[in-house]
Design a protein around this ligand. Structure first.
Ligand SMILES: [Cu+2]
Length: 323
């Protein structure tokens, strides 16, 4: 009795919905038309992304400067976006077709069908296949991020489809990055006395010292690394969980107290690249940016020597200015 009345009310809701849909058919068509009309404008509004930092109104990735980020971009643009787009179009068409074809007015006598083995097998098996297609290259990219090069292992780079043609030399430099409330401490572990803390600059400090650098990303002392060199990054934290992330490098790894996580990068272009702490770590989570300065190998050697002899401030002054 209860069930019957319940079923009746659910049926009522559905018939109401169908009714509503039939009435709002013109409205739905209008919404689709508006979306299609807006599309060229949204495409036009696309801004050129850059490497190292985000640009206003940017929607895609920052430009890649490492093989890991190449593989992330290739995986995203070459596989994921296609799958997502095809699914969205398919579901939209299916939805529109059902709204138009099976509303109360067009289809007054509803079918009583409740099971269909073939269609149930299809809508179980097809998503599984789609997930496998996504998972295989995804795990490959993930394994690349977490496996420090040894000079022999092949990496995907942008060869997500051909599975591994990028050669990576073994690391020549190891840096330990420690997340601290609210800074990053960097230690060049193979070099005596080469460690420092990196703090975000306040607005006043930035305008006075580094007016060319972006707000909330500029720091007093950047991490400095050589170009075209494999750098191993050991990541940990001193207090709570932080995360070390630099979008253009394609790295993001948790900084966990009492644990040493490892990742790596090999940057092909000199410049300055910013990242941010990517694990909610407390009130100043948004104010502990990561700034990585990539310089030529000679500049790096000179910087490191100066750092060891005269300290971080003197070494920072040697670096070429940022345009
Ligand atoms: Cu943090």
């Amino acid at each position: 009795m209860v069930l019957k009345s319940k079923g009746g009310s659910v049926q009522n809701i559905f018939s109401h919905l169908a009714d509503l849909c039939a009435k709002s058919k013109t409205m739905i068509v209008g919404v689709f038309a508006a979306l299609i009309a807006l599309f060229p404008f949204s495409a036009m509004a696309q801004v050129e992304p850059m490497a190292g930092q985000a640009v206003d109104r940017q929607t895609g990735f920052q430009l890649s400067v490492t093989p890991i980020m190449d593989s992330i971009v290739a995986f995203h643009d070459g596989i994921l976006m296609w799958i997502i787009t095809i699914i969205v179009i398919f579901v939209t068409i299916l939805l529109a077709y059902i709204i138009v074809r099976y509303n109360k007015r067009a289809n007054p006598i509803a079918s009583k069908t409740t099971h269909n083995v073939l269609i149930e097998v299809i809508w179980t098996v097809v998503p599984i296949i789609i997930l496998i297609v996504i998972a295989v290259p995804s795990f490959g990219v993930l394994a690349d991020q977490q496996t420090i090069p040894d000079g022999e292992r092949k990496y995907l780079g942008s060869n997500v489809f051909s599975f591994g043609e990028v050669d990576m030399p073994a690391p020549e430099l190891t840096i330990k990055a420690t997340g601290v409330q609210w800074s990053w401490d960097y230690d060049y572990v193979d070099y005596e006395g080469a460690d420092f803390s990196s703090f975000m600059l306040s607005d006043e400090e930035r305008l006075a010292q580094k007016p060319n650098e972006p707000r909330l990303l500029a720091v007093d002392y950047s991490l400095v690394v050589p170009v075209d060199t494999t750098v191993r990054v050991q990541v940990t934290a001193a207090d709570v969980i932080h995360a070390f992330a630099v979008p253009s490098f394609g790295i993001k790894i948790d900084a966990v107290p009492g644990r040493l996580n490892e990742t790596w990068f090999n940057v092909r272009k000199t410049g300055i690249y910013y990242g941010q702490c990517s694990e909610l770590c407390g009130k100043d989570h948004a104010f502990m940016p990561i700034s990585v300065r990539v310089v030529t190998k000679d500049e790096f050697a000179a910087w490191l020597a100066k750092f060891q002899s005269d300290g971080i401030e003197a070494a920072a002054e040697m670096l070429p200015p940022i345009s």
